[in-house]
Design a protein around this ligand. Structure first.
Ligand SMILES: [Zn+2]
Ligand SMILES: [Zn+2]
Length: 241
């Protein structure tokens, strides 16, 4: 409680004391109190501001922490779908809603090339088109029905292995009507696509869904008899003249 140093009266505030001194004792400059109070106040609010700033930091750090944890969590949630940069979302187990087994053979200059096992398969990730063995069977195992093309298989193959070596040379994994593994149509060579032994002009756009080696239309679910029967065949040849 501020006291008047002249009359000893008690006041609730410095402002009231200053006013009293001015009024009762004619002390014109007797009241630095409001200024002091203001200073005190501003000092106080300064402290509060510091506190608030500190709290702001804490909030900011918390937001960053939550963001980090959330981000990491989100990463793990969506990572399976994005991992390995595959074209199609990864399936953690093999989709069997749609299950078709086209057979693909690739010949260059009359030589059969072995399509590798494990195309479209990485740890915890199955692409809807993949190979399990080197038997030329493409497994279309998908949780949803949609069209998958021969071009999709080459894309997934490229995304899995990057390049394909045969006869001591590394080749790009690509296919279209005029190019197989970088071997192109020229005056003495051409790329030929055969579906059930008949030349097709569909190239990479060839829809594989109805070309089960087992024969017949799209086959869904259940356990396939294996080895398969003799249904549809897809053959890519690079012919020299
Ligand atoms: Zn499979
Ligand atoms: Zn299969």
């Amino acid at each position: 409680m501020p006291l008047c140093d002249v009359c000893g009266r008690e006041f609730n505030t410095e402002v009231a004391l200053g006013q009293h001194k001015k009024d009762k004792h004619g002390d014109s400059q007797a009241s630095p109190a409001p200024a002091q109070e203001a200073k005190a106040q501003s000092a106080g609010s300064g402290k509060r501001r510091t506190l608030r700033r500190r709290n702001d930091h804490r909030v900011a750090i918390s937001i960053v922490a939550i963001g980090l944890v959330g981000g990491i969590g989100l990463y793990f949630v969506i990572a399976p779908a994005l991992q390995n940069n595959f074209t199609f979302p990864c399936n953690s187990t093999e989709g069997t809603f749609m299950h078709v087994h086209p057979y693909l053979r690739i010949q260059v200059g009359g030589q059969n090339l072995t399509i590798p096992a494990g195309v479209g398969i990485k740890t915890g990730c199955f692409e809807p088109l993949h190979t399990h063995a080197t038997d030329g069977i493409i497994h279309i195992e998908s949780p949803l029905l949609r069209n998958y093309t021969l071009g999709d298989f080459f894309t997934i193959w490229r995304e899995t292995y990057g390049s394909f070596s045969f006869n001591g040379t590394s080749h790009p994994i690509e296919f279209n009507q005029t190019d197989i593994f970088g071997l192109r149509n020229d005056s003495t060579h051409r790329v030929v696509l055969l579906v059930d032994g008949v030349e097709s002009t569909k190239g990479a756009g060839l829809n594989l869904d109805t070309l089960d080696y087992l024969a017949g239309p799209i086959w869904e679910g259940g356990s396939a008899p294996y080895p398969y029967g003799t249904g549809h065949t897809v053959v890519i040849e690079y012919l020299g003249s």
